[in-house]
Design a protein around this ligand. Structure first.
Ligand code: NAI
Length: 437
């Protein structure tokens, strides 16, 4: 792949527009590339189409996945054990003949693919995986929609781990990207079938290797971690969200937590911390919100309040007393380079530079085949602004040397921000990500 188009610096009047167009062009090139290079999958294998989909867990994600499959001529059997979840799913799909909602696992026996989408804790998933495998047809694939738990921890639940993989939908109503994760035991045909299924749903698969948080949630965690740090240093929730929106995100970090659910973010963050990911430190703020039932949109209140669950996020004065014990005054480490008050771009950089650092760890650990899959995943799985071209494309514009210097300075106070060997070597050689390819 040749270098992405660069703006013409000789005409600064429309530089912003040119940069945005160059970013959009880079993103379009990444999407096009994905059609023939969707990552770690053997393209010589022909995927078997899915005619009957099983989904276990009729919560937020189970219902979103079912809604996608409904439009694709696929029969769907949805299983849950909670009467409230069952009746809500029955109501949602009342007009769909192809959807069966049940508490009977046996009805999954004719499914070609069964996706588990139950709560993000290993013990619950273990019970569910064993029940699924006890009823699944011998050729069926079993997938987890886990956001963070590495497959290596789950494949031991299976007698036939070769048929198990991860299919991680990132908010399918708005995001087109789906991560297809192969664990150590996943067969090549299982991965090929999962990639084919994602395409059957008209979504964009990126096939990747195993590791806590995979790609999208690992980078998201790095972003949320920095946002929670700034919050604990006294920066307001609304100011952080406004800075990230101004940078181009569709929602700020705290709005994102409210969409995902503070409980799910807390469990996922804990899993990644337990797996020693340096980008995550345990903040007391999320458990505090969870303890007070402030889970986000699903409970009508989180970092914001939502009189209408799908409506606008409103500032909630009742939040501040909960944050008070954990907030210092606006101080440590948040001064801008010139010593003045931070502006929105400073805040966005403060949050995103550690995300670039985490991306280099993902690349180093071989989770992706190619650094461009990181950019594709972060833009189409988490709404990094398309006009910025991709996280690493943006990093090139900041400059790898500049970014490495910033991390070096910040690592004095926070050793987890020490630049990786990849960044240091690129910086010494004057390289950029897109010139390396
Ligand atoms: P949820 O809490 O909305 O739904 C979980 C459902 O699982 C509930 O309806 C519950 O009754 C059901 N369940 C629990 N134990 C069960 C059992 N033994 N048998 C059958 N059903 C059982 O959770 P959500 O948000 O849908 O998350 C599900 C999975 O998807 C988790 O692994 C989560 O990490 C992942 N995920 C969540 C995303 C999000 O934004 N919420 C995004 C991407 C992935």
């Amino acid at each position: 792949m040749s270098d992405p188009p660069k703006p013409d610096m000789s005409s600064p009047d429309n530089l912003t527009e040119q940069l945005a167009q160059a970013g959009l062009d880079n993103d379009a090139a990444l999407v096009l590339r994905n059609r023939t290079a969707p990552g770690k999958v053997d393209l010589k294998l022909t995927p078997d189409p899915v005619k009957h989909l099983g989904i276990v867990g009729c919560g937020l994600m189970g219902c979103s996945i079912a809604a996608l499959a409904v439009g694709q001529n696929i029969s769907i059997t949805m299983v849950d054990v909670a009467p409230t979840a069952l009746s809500a799913a029955r109501e949602t799909f009342a007009d769909e003949d192809r959807v069966t909602v049940t508490d009977q696992y046996d009805l999954l026996s004719s499914a070609d693919l069964i996706i588990e989408a139950v709560v993000e804790t290993l013990p619950v998933k273990k019970t569910v995986h064993e029940r699924i495998e006890s009823v699944a047809a011998s050729g069926a694939i079993i997938a987890s929609n886990t956001s963070s738990i590495p497959l290596v921890s789950m494949e031991k639940h299976f007698r036939s781990p070769e048929r198990f993989c991860g299919i991680h939908f990132c908010h399918p109503e708005v995001m087109s990207l789906v991560e297809v994760i192969s664990g150590p035991g996943t067969s090549a045909q299982t991965t090929a079938n999962a990639v084919g299924f994602v395409r059957q749903l008209e979504k964009m698969p990126v096939a990747i290797g195993d590791g806590a948080g995979f790609v999208v949630n690992r980078l998201l965690s790095a972003m949320l971690n920095q946002s929670l740090r700034l919050l604990s240093q006294g920066v307001a929730v609304a100011d952080i969200d406004a800075a990230m929106r101004k940078f181009g995100f569709k929602a700020g970090p705290f709005e994102i937590i409210d969409i995902i659910g503070a409980d799910t973010c807390m469990y996922a963050g804990r899993t990644m911390w337990e797996h020693k990911l340096e980008c995550v430190s345990l903040s007391p703020i999320l458990p505090r919100l969870v303890k007070h039932g402030r889970l986000g949109r699903k409970t009508g209140v989180g970092f914001y309040k939502y009189p209408d669950p799908r409506g606008e996020a409103l500032v909630d004065p009742e939040l501040q007393p909960l944050l008070d014990p954990y907030q210092q005054t606006f101080a440590l480490g948040v001064e801008s380079a010139d010593g003045g008050k931070k502006n929105d771009l400073d805040l966005a950089r403060q949050i995103l530079v550690p995300v670039v650092l985490e991306a280099t760890r993902v690349i180093d650990q071989g989770i992706v085949n190619d650094f461009r899959d990181v950019d594709l995943a972060f833009t189409h799985g988490l709404s990094f602004p398309r006009q910025r071209g991709g996280l690493l494309y943006w990093a090139d514009q900041v400059g790898v040397a500049e970014l490495t210097k910033m991390l070096d300075q910040r690592s004095v106070a926070d050793p987890a921000l020490k630049p990786t060997a990849l960044l240091v070597s690129m910086s010494c050689r004057g390289q950029s990500f897109y010139s390396v390819s």
